[in-house]
Design a protein around this ligand. Sequence first.
Ligand code: HAM
Length: 428
Amino acid sequence: LFSTIPHIMEWTPPRGTRDFYPDDMRIRQWLFEKFRQTSQVFGFEEYDAPIFESLELFIRKGGEEIVDQIYHFKDKSDRDLALRPEMTPSLVRMIVQKGNAIPKPIKWFAIPQCFRYERMSKGRRREHFQWNLDIIGEPSIRADAEVIGAVIHLLTSLGLSKNDFSVHINNRKLLKDLLSHEGIREDKITDVFLVIDKLDKIPPETFGELLKEKGLHAEDIKTIFEVLKLRTFADIKKRIPQSQAVHELEELFKYLTHYGYNDYCTFSISVVRGLLYYTGTVFEVFDREKKFRAICGGGRYDNLFHDLGKIDLPAIGVGFGDVVITEVLNDKNLLPKLTKHIDYFMIPFSENEMEIAYTITAALRKQNNSVELPVSSMKMKKALALALELNARYAIIVAPEELKRNKVIIKNLSEHSEKEIDLRLLLS
Ligand code: HAM
């Protein structure tokens, strides 16, 4: 039946993917629960979409890495399909599909698994889960502050402080205005953005080389380096006093300060993001020491609904992966030690006590207690050892002597105490 498998099969999962053993799964669920709690306290509702979509939903012109990384395939009817590399196009599709039926602003979140054929490096895998949080239909910059506020709320709820991470915020319009003002040709700006996005990951010489490859002259490259050195809004205003983008950034920082989040946020002119659909605010979170890749990233994408679905809807959102944050929390010893635990471990003395043991188990489970009823017979000593191993809070011993008096023994395993308890109490 499996004649070829023993030769070709490795027991590790495909490169870049992960198995989740129960120990890993506990951490994953813990993190997802944090994503959900934050989304809920900020008033977002959960949605989901298929893990694969039509390939064309994800194909865009412009040279983004994400498009080259798509896992795609044909189904048996020759349709071109793709595993989603990100959630945003599916979100747009779902909203366009309903036309104007959904009241705005739409505040939705999801935790999709996404697939990208990435070059494997620290923090980057070929599959990851990505918390997505988006506000659609709201042009006000206060929506941007909500999304960034939710990210900071989440990070602090995970135990990280302002000494551990910072949100690096920029605005694409600002960079575009600056570059245009300094004489960089409009048709080169997209290419320049994609190269600036790599700035952190490459040496400065390579940065210059890449810009040269895109057809920029030495003079332009020097100008770009100069622009990227700007640090304050005051300096930027000297160059582009009329820029709407500076105003937007100042507004954004104002609302984040109202939330008490000023110390968590910095203006970083070199943050542009690698996805070309962003139009305004862009941001990424990094650990303070920059030991790890970006923890998350997001921004405003006011044209994507028009480009994909020919409707005008402003939008802002974030994608927050599970990989880097787990590495950061692990590095800072902030991952919880989660163990399996159950409420009750049943120990019927012999086959004669089995019926009543099943009855008690069913009654306890009905009240949402977790109950382990061992399916193989074992001696008392072994049963108690197993109960401890499984982190049971109580063991219930169903033995003939006590049963005669309508009682069972209940052992509190952490306090090493035991008492008899009336059967009727357990079964009521
Ligand atoms: P992105 O920057 O491509 O944006 O991904 C967002 C986050 O997902 C990254 O910062 C990282 O946490 C995680 N991530 C991405 N690729 C990988 C990977 N190969 N391995 C592990 N983690 C990864 C987007 O996808 C946008 N659609 C986010 C968005 C939502 N913008 C607006 N709304």
